[in-house]
Design a protein around this ligand. Structure first.
Ligand code: TYD
Ligand code: MG
Length: 476
């Protein structure tokens, strides 16, 4: 029998300490460390049997028959795109997201879609009463779907119930933070409880072949609350995101053992629940501010799908000692880099200006290919010169100021053409490669060429192009 050993576990990140302290050194949070029982945790980690002698097993050669993981399409195409073609039998998926973003809505819709296809789907809510879940389902027009519901929080009871009769194909646990297991002595909601409950449910999934979806809450800094460890235990982690005021919701794979992690699924939250958005470019460009300075359309790629999105910049004289650099939807470091290249190689002095950059529609872009569009929007705002409304931009800016080619130029241009764009600013080397599309292509060799091109447009009387020209000459 293990000695009763007390450990102190950070409830935010799961770091373990031998004694109590006020601040967690691993994640920097204060007052998150709580006493937990390590012996109970060790029991929860194993199958609960006493130590025994090991049993030898056969090792297999690497060469051999490989089976494609059997998948169960959810009936929601945008979700299947993110999971890589549907739920894998016996796999566990963690769906994280801010409160109110629509996790429960997405999952009740998924369960209903599966039930409609004749599969057994079970939805266990630890947060809402059965009546509340029913009410939501009715509002979504899913009242008739044969989803089996329960409001339960005891993992042992849930597993005993699910193991009866035909094994369900899909089990939704909403949320993992509300579950508790007898195998662990800690209070419900602690890291140890969440980890123990997740472990029991994962074991159930592997044993029974049911696909299990765990809902996880997200802390204020965007991590799945409490147990980072749960992220390592599950097969896939999806994050459901959206910007407060926007109706768009984006489902993104953070980790996926059975599929790609660069695909996104796009949904729109409507009065009747989540609606799939099959052509996101149209959505992201639907509220475009045509012809105003400081906006450039970026022809991007998300996973296997081209995606056009507007980048908006505002460059305004600062009143602060240290000018502000704020960015929403893009990487702060890449903005700093583009600003540095503009300053060093194009003579655009921005040290006296606040710079704001925003990706429209609440989308978060990770591609370096957005550099050229960001630079175009910034220079356009600075020189008050609107960019041609029918132009798209893509290309990576290198530290030398050269524009580097990016992958999948042809797919980007084709999408732009499909949506009625007439021209594209592309890296010079990509010009030949993508010549067959019907767009007028402007090959940009260096960022300075782009700045010169835009400054030329800024000669409208309403603008303040003199400022840019002065900046270009190095006077301020
Ligand atoms: P919910 O799925 O409960 O979010 P979560 O489980 O992530 O906390 O979604 C709640 C929000 O979604 C709520 O603010 C209302 C909105 N909503 C709609 O706009 N339309 C709908 O049909 C539904 C069901 C919810
Ligand atoms: Mg919910």
């Amino acid at each position: 029998m293990a000695r009763r050993a007390l450990t102190f576990v950070c409830q935010n990140c799961g770091a373990v300490y031998g004694r109590w302290q006020g601040k967690c050194e691993a994640c920097g949070e204060w007052n998150t460390i709580a006493e937990e029982n390590a012996a109970a945790e060790a029991r929860a980690a194993g199958p609960g049997r006493p130590a025994r002698k090991g049993r030898p097993f056969a090792l297999e050669p690497l060469a051999g028959e490989a089976h494609e993981a059997p998948r169960l399409p959810s009936g929601i195409a945008e979700l299947d795109r993110v999971t890589g073609g549907g739920f894998v039998r016996g796999s566990v998926l963690l769906v994280g997201g801010d409160p109110g973003i629509g996790k429960s809505t997405l999952l009740i819709q998924t369960a209903a879609a599966l039930a409609r296809a004749g599969e057994r789907a079970v939805y266990i809510s630890g947060e809402e009463a059965v009546a509340q879940v029913r009410l939501r389902a009715e509002r979504l027009g899913l009242g008739a779907a044969a989803v089996e519901l329960a409001a339960e929080t005891s993992v042992e009871d849930i597993i005993a119930t699910l193991a009866q009769g035909k094994i369900p194909r899909l089990v939704v646990i909403d949320s993992i933070q509300t579950m508790w297991t007898d195998a662990v002595e800690s209070a419900p909601g602690t890291v140890t409880q969440v980890r123990g409950s997740a472990q029991a449910l994962i074991r159930f999934a592997k044993r029974s072949g049911a696909a299990v979806i765990l809902v996880g809450h997200v802390t204020k800094d965007g991590q799945i609350a409490g147990p980072r460890v749960v992220e390592h235990m599950v097969d896939a982690v999806l994050s459901f995101e959206g910007e407060g005021a926007h109706q768009f919701r984006i489902l993104r794979a953070v980790k996926n053992r059975f599929g790609p992690t660069d695909e996104i699924g796009v949904f729109e939250m409507t009065g009747g629940g989540l609606r799939e958005v099959a052509n996101p470019s149209e959505l992201f460009l639907s509220e475009r501010d045509l012809g105003s300075p400081g906006t450039a359309v970026f022809a991007g790629i998300e996973g296997s799908r081209p995606l056009l999105v507007e980048m908006q910049a505002l460059v305004a004289p600062t009143t602060l000692g240290t000018p502000r650099r704020a960015v929403v939807g893009w990487d702060q470091n890449r903005l700093s880099m583009v600003l540095a290249v503009l300053e060093a190689h194009c003579g655009v002095k921005l040290s006296g200006y606040d710079v704001y950059l925003n990706v429209a529609g609440g989308l978060r872009i990770q591609e370096p290919a957005a550099d050229l569009a960001a630079a175009a929007a910034l220079v356009s705002s600075l020189s008050n010169a609107p960019l041609p409304p029918d132009a798209v931009f893509f290309g990576e800016v290198s530290l030398s100021g050269a524009i580097r080619p990016v992958a999948q130029s042809a797919a980007r241009l084709k999408e732009a053409q499909k949506l009625g764009f007439g021209r594209a600013y592309v890296p010079e080397p990509a010009r030949g490669e993508a010549a067959e599309t019907g767009l007028a292509l402007a090959g940009i060799g260096g960022l300075a060429d782009l700045v010169a091109d835009i400054a030329q447009r800024g000669s409208r009387p309403a603008g303040r192009p003199a400022e840019l020209r002065a900046a270009a000459r190095g006077e301020r």
